[in-house]
Design a binder for this molecule. Structure first.
Ligand code: IMP
Length: 206
């Protein structure tokens, strides 16, 4: 039986504003006071794991050192024709070294890289893909719980829509016509990989 999360402060162990916003929305009904790792000035650990679960646990455990329970999200895009890539390296594919030496993330470059690799396989390439999400909760005493979610879909090109974040403008969920960047946040929360993992977390921890 999973350990319950008591009402009170919970660190959202992420420095990604898009994820923090979505997790705050998803936590809103549960009497939790979310505070982000950025607001607490907590360092961002290096994601050295080779699975979503390892990276999620690394991030949650680092933020639980604050003395509060912490929730992290490790997520990414798995493209079938690319053997599941970019997978755990989804954020890295957007990494760009600007000339000032500051790393930045360029999502259009990342989406273009995926599209370029698909195009190399010809016009009849399998465009199916899934967003996957692993949520980890870690408590200051070392206990942790992990939950996994996924949403199946396909990749479209060119990117469409200005809502959401990351690879949302190229992802169309199965049975839908609009990309995740063209539907409002509530519609995305109803079906997303993060919402799927969240349902499992809620059932176990609240
Ligand atoms: P990480 O979990 O911080 O390693 O980053 C995962 C990356 O996957 C994010 O930075 C996004 O680019 C991408 N990603 C995860 N979830 C979503 C989503 O809901 N929409 C679009 N992109 C996402």
């Amino acid at each position: 039986m999973a350990r319950k999360l008591e009402p009170g402060r919970l660190v959202i162990a992420s420095h990604n504003q898009g994820k923090v916003r979505e997790i705050r929305d998803l936590l809103a009904p549960f009497g939790i006071e979310p505070v982000s790792a950025g607001e607490l000035g907590l360092p961002e650990p290096e994601e050295t794991g080779t699975t979503f679960a390892e990276n999620a646990l690394l991030k949650a455990r680092a933020s639980a050192l604050s003395g509060l329970p912490a929730l992290s999200d490790d997520s990414g895009l798995e493209v079938r024709a690319l053997g599941g890539r970019p997978g755990v390296y989804t954020a890295d594919w957007a990494e760009r070294q600007w000339f000032e030496g500051e790393p930045g993330r360029d999502w259009y470059m990342a989406m273009g890289k995926v599209e370029g690799l698909l195009a190399e396989q010809g016009p009849s390439v399998d465009r199916s893909a899934a967003f996957v999400c692993t949520l980890a909760v870690a408590w200051p005493d070392g206990h942790s719980e992990v939950f996994e979610g996924r949403v199946e879909g396909s990749l479209t090109w060119p990117p469409r829509g200005a809502l959401g974040f990351g690879y949302d403008p190229v992802f169309v969920a199965s049975g839908a016509d609009l990309t995740f960047a063209e539907i409002d946040p509530a519609a995305k929360h109803a079906i997303s990989h993060r919402a799927d993992a969240f349902k499992k977390l809620v059932a176990a921890l609240f």
